[in-house]
Design a protein around this ligand. Structure first.
Ligand SMILES: [Cu+2]
Length: 270
């Protein structure tokens, strides 16, 4: 009986050890797969300047490439008889955490936060999410290749990102900003004003409409190395091992099995 108890303690201890190690171990597995599977960042895109729009974006970094999937809706739909060209960028702050501007960023008091006024929160344009061609900051106001055209859209593109932009995304210094407000909804002052970025465009065309700071999305995803990935030591497999051990315990001694179960649940509630 004494021997049986000892045997039973072993799986329980192993289980406890696994419970303690599960978090870091899972993170290490995910990190080591960076080069093969990529590392994903995401942002909820929230309205700026009462645009009424919403959206989300997911960016997976893999080597020098960024695979981008974005959904937006509720943006201004038309502009001069065509679908409204919404330019969009990854903005990067030199230091400090990226943020989205609030109404208090409206320094000139014209009622909207224009793109330079938002700069204190989200920094400078580091990459332009165009529909084709140049994705550098040089394409920042290329309305012809605006990544979003019309009020609702899905944007999917894989682009090259420079080291600075990637670093900023990983550091939490990067923000995605979609520009372009409906001029008709703005004050006369804003309607009459030119864009501080390009005086051939109206102020509303380049003012921010959506903004979201990019953050590591791994927390919200199923843990890598989970039951469906098939590789390595997985939570599912260890669970099975634990149950098998429990079964053995049950056969050996029912009372000890009860203790084992008790420890198991305390390990699970960590
Ligand atoms: Cu921008």
């Amino acid at each position: 009986m004494r021997t049986a108890k000892k045997l039973m303690l072993t799986p329980v201890l192993a289980l406890t050890a696994f419970g303690l190690a599960a978090g870091p171990a899972a993170a290490a597995t995910a990190g080591s797969s960076d080069s093969e599977q990529g590392w994903t960042y995401q942002a909820d895109l929230n309205e700026v300047n009462d645009s009424g729009a919403s959206g989300d974006i997911m960016i997976t970094l893999k080597g020098d490439q960024a695979m981008i999937t974005e959904h937006v809706e509720g943006l201004a739909e038309d502009f001069q008889d065509g679908p409204y060209p919404h330019v969009q960028h990854i903005h990067v702050k030199a230091n400090g955490s990226a943020e989205c501007p609030t109404a208090s960023a409206d320094e000139d008091g014209d009622g909207i936060v224009n793109t330079p006024e938002g700069g204190a929160a989200y920094g400078e344009v580091s990459a332009t999410l165009t529909d084709s061609g140049d994705t550098s900051a040089d394409a920042a106001v290329d309305v012809e290749h605006a990544g979003i055209k019309g009020g609702s859209a899905t944007y999917e593109r894989t682009i090259d990102l420079d080291a600075d932009t990637k670093e900023a995304i990983k550091d939490g210094r990067a923000t995605v900003v979609v520009h372009g407000l409906d001029p008709a909804k703005q004050s006369q002052e804003v309607q009459d004003a030119k864009s501080p970025l390009d005086d051939s465009l109206p102020q509303a065309a380049t003012a921010p409409a959506l903004c979201g700071t990019l953050a590591d999305s791994q927390m919200g995803q199923p843990p890598k190395g989970g039951p469906d990935t098939g590789g390595g030591s997985t939570a599912g497999t260890d669970d099975t091992v634990m149950l098998a051990a429990g079964g053995g315990v049950l056969v050996a001694a029912g009372a000890a099995f009860a203790i084992s179960r008790k420890r198991k649940s305390s390990a699970e509630t960590r």
